[in-house]
Structures are given as structure tokens and as C-alpha cells.
Design a protein around this ligand. Sequence first.
Ligand SMILES: *[C@@H]1O[C@H](CO)[C@@H](O)[C@H](O)[C@H]1NC(C)=O
Ligand SMILES: *[C@@H]1O[C@H](CO)[C@@H](O)[C@H](O)[C@H]1NC(C)=O
Ligand SMILES: *[C@@H]1O[C@H](CO)[C@@H](O)[C@H](O)[C@H]1NC(C)=O
Ligand SMILES: *[C@@H]1O[C@H](CO)[C@@H](O)[C@H](O)[C@H]1NC(C)=O
Ligand SMILES: *[C@@H]1O[C@H](CO)[C@@H](O)[C@H](O)[C@H]1NC(C)=O
Ligand SMILES: *[C@@H]1O[C@H](CO)[C@@H](O)[C@H](O)[C@H]1NC(C)=O
Ligand SMILES: CC(=O)N[C@H]1CO[C@H](CO)[C@@H](O)[C@@H]1O
Length: 380
Amino acid sequence: MIRPSFYLLLSALAASSLAQDTSGCGKAQTFAGLTRRFTVTSSNVQRNFSVHLPRNYDANNQYPTILGFHGAGGVGLYFEADTRFSSTRWSDGRILVYPDGIDGVWATGIGGNSTTPLDEDLQFVSDLLDNLRSNFCIDSTRIYATGISNGGGIINRIACSPTVGANFAAFAPVAGAYTGFIRFGNATCQPYKTPIPIISFHGGNDTIVPYTGRTGAVATPDIMDWLNEWAERNRCGNATEETINGTVHHYTWDCDGIEKAMEHWKEDDMGHCWPSRSPNFSQLASGLLPTEIEGNDLIVEFFERWDVEDRGTGEQPSATETGGTLTSTESSSPSGTSEAPSQSTTGDGGSAAGRVAGSMGMVVFGMTIAMFGGWIIALV
Ligand SMILES: *[C@@H]1O[C@H](CO)[C@@H](O)[C@H](O)[C@H]1NC(C)=O
Ligand SMILES: *[C@@H]1O[C@H](CO)[C@@H](O)[C@H](O)[C@H]1NC(C)=O
Ligand SMILES: *[C@@H]1O[C@H](CO)[C@@H](O)[C@H](O)[C@H]1NC(C)=O
Ligand SMILES: *[C@@H]1O[C@H](CO)[C@@H](O)[C@H](O)[C@H]1NC(C)=O
Ligand SMILES: *[C@@H]1O[C@H](CO)[C@@H](O)[C@H](O)[C@H]1NC(C)=O
Ligand SMILES: *[C@@H]1O[C@H](CO)[C@@H](O)[C@H](O)[C@H]1NC(C)=O
Ligand SMILES: CC(=O)N[C@H]1CO[C@H](CO)[C@@H](O)[C@@H]1O
């Protein structure tokens, strides 16, 4: 097999050239525990982003870094308020970065409202990372991306890029609008390593980016098709499904000998929103209630398992348990056209989901309403 060594070589090259830029280490910062706005010029455009530093930021400590991509019609600050990733529960020991799309939209490679070419947004992500590395003490082996809706669409494109994607250890799209990845679509996908670790979330009651896909000018794929394509690229076995309380479905895949390199959470009654056990803005905006799972906890726990340089560490690694342990029961997919993950065990599985110690929630929520109350969340 030539592929594994090719990917290992690519990833080794990427890691060795990128991991060494620690020029931002040692530079004192004055906004530990706070969020500050910055700009960087990319493709001759002044692009905006905000950075949240952990409390007690130590300029000589290399931090894991999470980039959070907002949905269409938003800005980074909105994503920050909605997900609350900057609260200490999740930002302790991590740098959070919230970039802005141009005119509220990420280029996901097709038309619609985004006139920015995909290459320019990918270049922006690359320029942003260079800027971050030269100003903050970033651990380049532990950079991650999450995002909602159109923000999920752009991180899917990043994951598919052999160059920009090689900066990221793992991905976490929520309610992703994977435009260009409809069945038999023409989007290209050349990930830098196998497997690309992905944890994804999608509501079964999402009317904006429906689970079974959307047709029209900005078509999105059936989520099961999208998952199956990634499972193929990642050389995964069949999925294992665990159903919690009858309505929450947790799928996991072992991929290329790595345990649980892909995870997917489908919550039947969840709409187009961020999964959180406390009420949040995107939930209220879609007239929905808190969900049963806490997305931030699941995302952060997943990210902690991966770095850029190696192929990852499976959960509870065990030499005898890699590969070949998946069950395989046929079940029908939502669309009836794709191969669905199998149904197997049930269990509580709730241990991975945590609780929100939501103290700043209402403050942030009030600010969010004040800042964005007039907006229609046109989540593409
Ligand atoms: C960046 O922010 C400035 C000031 O708010 C704004 O004028 C500009 O349009 C923003 N740039 C982009 C590309 O959104
Ligand atoms: C473009 O955005 C407008 C509102 O900003 C929305 O009404 C329209 O549906 C969007 N078009 C596409 C193709 O997404
Ligand atoms: C891919 O499909 C989109 C949407 O149908 C189209 O606009 C685009 O031109 C196609 N690209 C290529 C390279 O065929
Ligand atoms: C689905 O969402 C709509 C609002 O968009 C809500 O009225 C309905 O109750 C939801 N259905 C379920 C099963 O949660
Ligand atoms: C995966 O599922 C398919 C179809 O259900 C089955 O034919 C195949 O044997 C399964 N593979 C494994 C490794 O269980
Ligand atoms: C399942 O339902 C029970 C009872 O409503 C609840 O206490 C528990 O938190 C739920 N589990 C999950 C994972 O949502
Ligand atoms: C702004 C806001 O209200 N955010 C809510 C969304 O999600 C978090 C948890 O991630 C809730 O605790 C917040 O209240």
C-alpha cells in the first residue's frame, strides 16, 4: 500500500514545518481571560477575528487552540455568545479564536450569498494561523476547528484541503451545511491524513439544513450520505449506534485501525441550533428547547484525543481491540438511498455529556439580544 506512507509523509512534512513556529511565545498579553478583536490582511482584504485567552495566560506555555466558525448572517462574536466556549469551563487552558466571514458568510465553494472564492477563505484561515502563531503561544500540534451551519460547511472544506487542513488535528461541525457535498456532487476532498477525526452533530428536526438534505440553489447532502463518504475516505468500518432515551443517537466508527475516529450525534427533536443543555440563543431563535446533550463538552473531550502529528489515540487504547469489532445490522437511512449506520447497542452513554455551570449565560444572552436582536439568522 502506498497510501499510508504517502499520508504519513505529508503529515510529517506538515507537522515539522508548522509545529516549529512558536514565535508568539514569550510575548506578553494584556487580555488574559478576555476576548479582543484583531485584523489580518489576507488576499488584500482586511479580515477580522477575535481571540479569547485563558485566565492566567502564560506566554511561555503552548496552548491548544480552537477556531470557531459562525453560521451565515453572523460574526465571530455571535458564535462566541451562542456557544459560550469562552466561559472558563471550556476556555481554561485553551485559546479560542472566532473569525468573521466576509459579509457574514463563508465561501463553501458554490454560489449562493457568498461571493468570496473558496480559495480566499482557505487562504484567510492560513494567514490567520500564521498571525496567531506569531502573536500567541500556540501549540501547533493541537489546533482544532468547530462551527455551525455555514461554519460547519467551511470546516468541512478545510478538512478536505491537503494544505490548510494539515494545520488541524480534528474537526467538529454542528448542523453543517455541506454545500457541494451532495450525492454525486463535484466537491473535491483530499485530506492530509487518514483518518481525519470528526465529531459531528445534527438535529433530526432541523428545518434549515434538513437531516435528509436540501435541494435548490444551495443544496446540502443527506447527512448519512455525507457521513458515509467520510467513513469511506477515513477507511472506517461499519458504524456502531447507541440510542439514549430513545431520541438521541450516538454513532461511532473505528477507522483505519483507530478507535472512534469518527463520532456523530443525531438528536431527533433538535432543530438548527447548538446542542446545549441550557437554553441558548440559536435554540430560542428557532423556537426550540435545550437539547439533551452538551455539545461543548463532547467536542472538547473529542479534541483532546487528537493531535496533528500522529494518527491519534483511540479512546482507551487497547492493542487487541482495534478494528474488526463493529456490528453490522442493516437499517434504512432517512433518505432510503444511502447505507445507514447500523443499529446495535443501547445504553445510557450519558456520561460523556456534562452539565453547564451556566453563570454568565444570562449576561451573555442579554448582550446577544442587544447586539443581534434585529438579525434574522439566515443560516445557509
Ligand atoms: C472588519 O471590521 C471593520 C470594522 O468593523 C469593517 O468595516 C470591515 O468591513 C470588516 N471587514 C470584513 C472583511 O468584514
Ligand atoms: C441570501 O441572503 C438573503 C438574506 O440575507 C436570503 O433571503 C437569501 O435566501 C439568501 N440566498 C441564498 C441563495 O442563500
Ligand atoms: C460543481 O457544481 C457546482 C454546482 O452545480 C457548479 O456551480 C460548479 O461549476 C461545478 N464545478 C465544477 C468544477 O464542475
Ligand atoms: C420541530 O421543530 C418545530 C419548530 O421548528 C417544533 O414546533 C416541533 O415541535 C419540533 N418537533 C419535535 C418533534 O421536536
Ligand atoms: C458492514 O456492513 C455490511 C452491510 O451490512 C456487511 O456486509 C459487512 O460485512 C459489514 N462489515 C463488517 C466489518 O462488519
Ligand atoms: C434521559 O432521560 C432522563 C429522564 O428524563 C434524564 O434524567 C437523563 O438526563 C436523560 N439522558 C440524557 C443523556 O439525556
Ligand atoms: C448566549 C446564551 O444564552 N448561550 C447559551 C447557549 O449555550 C450555552 C451552553 O453552551 C448556554 O449555557 C447558554 O445559556
